[in-house]
Design a protein around this ligand. Structure first.
Ligand code: FES
Length: 106
């Protein structure tokens, strides 16, 4: 599937994300090196760091936030109404065309 990702410098990237590799959005962003190493995915995808925070700009239906994600976003900086943790968004076919912007590093 194609995902549009706006990096922290405001540059837009349209990337291919595989649906058969059990990846999450944070891992896709890392695999294309769209954020410097050490500034995204710090907790390894455990919903415990918010370094993978994204603003979701398309109206795709996303999974409900887990208790952990909700709690982490309640404590994180730069949170907006459309904030989600990239590591909690599992890549699957219905997310084709998803558009997200990386939140600033905090
Ligand atoms: Fe830490 Fe997503 S990688 S919250």
């Amino acid at each position: 599937i194609k995902i549009t990702i706006i990096d922290r410098e405001g540059k837009t990237h349209i990337v291919d994300a595989p649906t058969d590799m059990n990846m999450n959005l944070m891992e896709v962003i890392r695999s294309y090196e769209l954020a410097p190493e050490g500034t995204i995915g710090v907790c390894g995808g455990m919903a415990m760091c918010a370094s993978c925070q994204c603003y979701v700009q398309s109206d795709h239906e996303l999974p409900e936030m887990s208790y952990d994600e909700d709690l982490m976003l309640a404590e994180a900086f730069h949170v907006k109404d459309n904030s989600r943790l990239g590591c909690q968004i599992h890549i699957h076919s219905e997310l084709d065309g998803l558009k997200v912007e990386l939140a600033p590093e905090s």
